[in-house]
Write a protein that binds this ligand. Structure first.
Ligand SMILES: Cc1ncc(COP(=O)(O)O)c(C=O)c1O
Ligand SMILES: N[C@@H](CCCC[NH3+])C(=O)O
Length: 416
């Protein structure tokens, strides 16, 4: 990652000095390479890549997706708004999520999105009512829960029967049989998404096979399936040397499992397209010698990057600049937030650091800024897009006034 930014000729220290820290950086070149790689692997397949906006919904990144012909997988009216504003065609937008609100479905219907990935009978009923009221027919896919363990962190595993997502094949079968009950919904798609940060192909293969078996059964029963959405979940390398799934192998597994399917295949990668293209710059505030451990207290915190606190996730960390023979020292890299969980790394070997040094926390392009909060009343960090030795600020650092906007004294009371 750092090599790529260096190749682009961007001096991290100078961007940090000009824009301040903490600072999220994304390489446009790296994102394009990921998109191109996946698109090439998909050559000859009738496929639409619908980028999972939740991974990083920054306007500039969504514009980049739109310009590359990539669509969007959305989970809220906010993400719908973002996708449309960035120029993503409604015909390339799919709407996932286990709890879509009535107003959100209404907005998506009015925008004319391609498809709703439906996760419960209640949602199907609601979609029927709202589509009927508007005199339109909504295309829907059933999200199947294939009961496969994706082998990822429990908090981001979504394809086991105990998870809240999707429905069992048995229930989906009933929906197809009873289709006439929902005349304003065209139930002609299947969907799955078994989890995120998946590093082994085997669980994906198993889930695809279950999905394919059901598609064949439906086809035999005379149900036309126009779209099979295989979800996202492709993992990335958070540690140097870690193994991840190759895009070509992933696409080969999809082709194999769905051989003979002549409809549209939808993919919903999020992390895969953006994670390794991003890094978070943080300044060392001080090195603190505790009684048992040595801490590097930095100016980024769990509100800027939640993954280590939430999932004990590993992110490689490098000291920016020449090491000049500094000895390797073992540090806990921590933020200033008042929680012990505000820790980016435990017992990590780094060149000896001092106050003012710059650290880059790597592979933060996905689920970094998009999961940020203002916890501890820390304003949202700025985001910059880097390309060929230049950078553009694509989100200004939030000011304290912006952070406080909307809050007010309890002077106006309503009776309820
Ligand atoms: C329905 C759905 N599609 C796609 C994604 C994108 O996942 P990832 O970023 O792991 O590719 C998610 C999140 O895991 C999701 O819930
Ligand atoms: N937020 C998670 C991934 C969840 C994916 C959303 N379905 C992460 O940071 O790894």
């Amino acid at each position: 990652m750092q090599d790529l930014l260096a190749l682009d000729g961007v001096d991290l220290a100078s961007v940090a000095a000009r824009e301040g820290t903490p600072l999220h950086l994304y390489s446009a070149t790296a994102i394009r390479q990921r998109i191109d790689g996946l698109q090439s692997a998909l050559q000859g397949v009738d496929a639409t890549i619908c980028y999972a906006v939740k991974a990083n919904g920054n306007h500039a990144i969504l514009q980049l997706m739109a310009k590359s012909g990539v669509g969007a997988d959305i989970v809220s009216a906010g993400e719908l708004r973002r996708a449309l504003r960035a120029g993503i065609a409604p015909s390339k937008i799919v709407f996932s999520g286990v709890g879509k609100r009535e107003d959100e479905i209404a907005q998506a219907l009015e925008a004319g999105i391609a498809r709703f990935n439906v996760e419960s009978r209640a949602e199907l009923d609601l979609l029927q009512r709202l589509a009927h009221a508007r005199g339109v027919v909504a295309h829907a896919a059933v999200r199947i829960n294939p009961d496969v363990d994706a082998g990822t962190h429990a908090k981001i595993s979504t394809g086991k029967s105990e998870n809240k997502f999707g429905v069992a094949v048995a229930e989906a079968r009933q929906w197809f049989t009873a289709q006439a009950q929902w005349p304003a919904v065209r139930l002609d798609g299947l969907h799955m998404h078994i989890g995120s940060q998946i590093l082994e192909l085997e669980p994906i293969r198993r889930a695809l096979q279950r999905l394919a078996r059901f598609w064949r059964e439906l086809a035999l029963a005379g149900h036309a399936i126009a779209s099979i959405d295989v979800g996202g979940g492709l993992g990335v390398r958070y540690r140097q040397g870690e193994r991840a799934i190759d895009a070509a192998d992933y696409v080969a597994a999809i082709r194999d499992a769905l051989a003979g399917f002549d409809g549209r295949i939808v993919l919903e990668p999020g992390r895969y397209l953006v994670a390794e293209a991003g890094l978070l710059l943080a300044r060392v505030l001080h090195a603190k010698q505790g009684s048992e451990r040595t801490f590097l207290v930095v100016d980024a915190a769990m509100n800027d990057l939640l993954r280590p606190s939430l999932y004990d996730a590993w992110h490689d960390i490098v000291r920016v600049g020449d090491d000049n023979g500094r000895t390797t020292t073992t540090y806990d890299v921590v933020g200033p937030v008042c929680e012990t969980g505000d820790t980016f790394a435990v017992a990590r070997g780094l060149p000896r650091c001092e106050a003012g040094d710059l650290l880059a926390i790597l592979a933060t392009g996905a689920y970094g800024a998009s999961m940020a909060s203002t916890y501890n009343s820390r304003p949202l960090a700025a985001e910059v897009l880097v390309e060929h030795g230049r950078y553009a600020v694509v989100r200004r650092r939030q000011t304290l006034d912006e952070m406080l906007a909307g809050e007010q004294a309890a002077t106006h009371w309503e009776t309820a």
